[in-house]
Ligand binder design. Structure first.
Ligand SMILES: [Zn+2]
Ligand SMILES: [Zn+2]
Length: 562
């Protein structure tokens, strides 16, 4: 759509969707056209309900063309450059995006012109310049990532694991020149109407729930006034080898800031992009550029994946400059004892002041809980929007032997870690694709990086699938605390939901000891444990289940009755 000097509105007679490649396909010679792909802009609201057991919901196959840049030469010829997932979609170092150009003059347009030596990240934006009428140059960088052979050669040259090979993918600058004819006539257009604004797109209900959480203050006799910051630390972007469906890293920040209205985030990728310096550096810079003190607090974060029994873990640091840690060889499942790699990882976290959380612990990405350090791994991703709940067998949204996305590893239930005496706070984060259903809410003194780390270490945190407020205390103590009391332990529970609560459970030492059925969105009650045994430490936590299926998990308190 374009405007003339008098404010008239025009649009091209052709549709650019006809000219761009269709869904990524192995048929390199026949990419189809974007317009041939049906239904990919219409959300399938039943996708989650209809998913196959142990499978994630299937999104409609979509074309992948983005990052448009437009210019015109002096003859009036239009040049549109964009990134596409054709003709190769994936490489171990990340997804593969290539540059295409479409050009229009008069009433006709070219098809998509593939530009060689443009394979690179998605968020790579070659410059488009016109050299003379009918001739354009596209100047950018390629790291050669559509070739698998360099990685295979490097690996073969140095046996001993993928983390020891030298990175064979280096950026070089390339220029493509496209020579067509000068335009003989302007691009054909027709008069158009500006589309009417569709009205407000702000979800008033969500805004109200977020305001309730933001405005809440917990007055702690021990720690003063605490507020909640809502966020998460498990998103991915195209920088991850398996993150091509997630969009750019900027899209992840846009989700956190503009769509979910989060107060903080840990963003985003596997070893910040396979441990490669460029994507690490980009991520680190963005984490500081988008830091808006007291309003939006990005943390330095990455995922470090080691398969079961050691486990994938997501890392959070308050300070910039720490490179992802390479791996030691993995232990076998049947070898007892601690995992050397995890112990090395804990040393690194101790040195640089980080914390981690295991994710999807009851799957092939999980752990048999052979390792824990309460100062360095104070929380667990109990629920993840991309998959399931790993709290305990039989809990809502829990995985089962017949339906466990990512494999069934029942030794990974969080209930078993708690039974082993581990002190883990609860949080929910998203992983791939899923949005608006994973929240890690921290009770902090202020919205600063230091206070976020402090809240993690104290387990002053709760997880939720929606913007739900949870405040669970006992005397002067709060969720996450470990303490001794001389009278029967008492829990003061306050929840503000986004819908009425069907059930609010108190769970003591993995047993349901009390269930309220409030049928209201605001819940406040006190429960006293008359069965507490003197001298024994027990853990107590609260799970709230709304009538609409949304859930909140408050972190446990570990209480010893003297
Ligand atoms: Zn993972
Ligand atoms: Zn992940």
């Amino acid at each position: 759509m374009a405007f003339d000097a008098n404010g008239g509105v025009f649009e091209a007679t052709g549709r650019p969707g006809m000219l761009m490649p269709g869904q990524p396909s192995r048929q390199v010679e026949n990419p189809g056209a974007q317009d041939e792909v049906q239904g990919w802009l219409t959300p399938d609201v039943q996708a989650a309900a209809n998913r196959a057991p142990s499978a994630t919901p299937r999104a409609p196959a979509a074309p992948k063309n983005t990052m448009p840049r437009l210019t015109a030469d002096s003859s009036g010829r239009l040049w549109l450059a964009f990134r596409s997932a054709h003709p190769v979609w994936w490489n171990p170092i990340g997804t593969v995006w290539s540059e295409y150009v479409v050009s229009c003059a008069g009433g006709s347009c070219t098809g998509p012109v593939y530009l060689h030596r443009t394979d690179n990240l998605l968020d790579n934006r070659p410059a488009v310049v016109t050299l003379k009428p009918g001739v354009a140059a596209v100047i950018g960088s390629s790291d050669n990532r559509r070739q698998f052979a360099p990685a295979a050669r490097a690996r073969a040259a140095r046996p001993g694991g993928r983390d020891e090979v030298e990175d064979p993918y280096q950026n070089d600058i390339w220029m493509n020149t496209i020579t067509l004819e000068p335009a003989r006539a302007a691009v054909e257009v027709k008069a158009a109407q500006l589309p009417k604004p569709a009205g407000t797109v702000v979800d008033q209900k969500e805004q109200a729930a977020i305001a309730t959480i933001r405005n809440y203050r917990l007055q702690s006799p021990r720690e003063g006034s605490l507020r909640i910051v809502s966020g998460e630390f498990h998103r991915h972007s195209e920088i991850s080898g398996d993150g091509g469906n997630d969009g750019t890293i900027l899209d992840q920040f846009r989700y956190a800031i503009d769509a979910a209205h989060m107060d903080w985030i840990g963003c985003c990728d596997h070893d910040n992009g396979g441990g490669r310096e460029y994507s690490w550096w980009t991520t680190q810079k963005l984490t500081d550029i988008l830091h808006s003190p007291n309003r939006f607090v990005p943390m330095f974060s990455y995922e470090r994946s080691v398969p079961y029994p050691e486990g994938h873990r997501n890392v959070v640091f308050a300070q910039r400059g720490i490179r992802p840690l390479p791996r030691l060889p993995r232990v076998s499942e049947n070898t007892p004892g601690k995992a050397p790699d995890t112990l090395m990882f804990y040393d690194y976290l101790r040195t640089f002041g980080g914390i981690v959380a295991s994710h999807t612990s009851g799957t092939n990405m999980g752990t048999d809980w052979r390792d824990n350090d309460p100062n360095l791994e104070p929380v667990v991703e109990i629920y993840q929007g991309d998959r399931q709940n790993y709290e305990m067998p039989g809990a809502p949204r829990s995985n089962t032997e017949n339906d466990s996305i990512g494999g069934w590893r029942p030794k990974g239930f969080v209930s078993l870690a708690l039974e082993m005496g581990y002190k883990l706070g609860f949080q929910a984060s998203s992983d791939h694709i899923s949005t608006h259903m994973s929240y890690c809410n921290l009770y902090v003194k202020d919205a600063s990086r230091a206070s976020i780390m402090d809240a993690f270490r104290k387990r002053h945190v709760y997880g939720a699938t929606d913007n739900i407020l949870a405040d669970v205390r006992s005397g002067p103590y709060m969720m996450g605390d470990v303490f001794t009391t001389s009278s029967a332990p008492e829990l003061r529970v306050k929840l503000v939901g986004t819908a009425p609560f069907a059930k609010v459970h108190i769970i003591k030492d993995n047993q349901y000891v009390y269930t309220a059925q409030p049928k209201t969105a605001s819940v406040e009650f006190t429960w006293r444990d008359q069965a507490a045994v003197r001298g024994k430490q027990s853990f107590y936590y609260v799970r709230g289940e709304q009538e609409d299926g949304e859930i909140v998990w408050a972190s446990p308190m570990w209480i010893t009755l003297q």
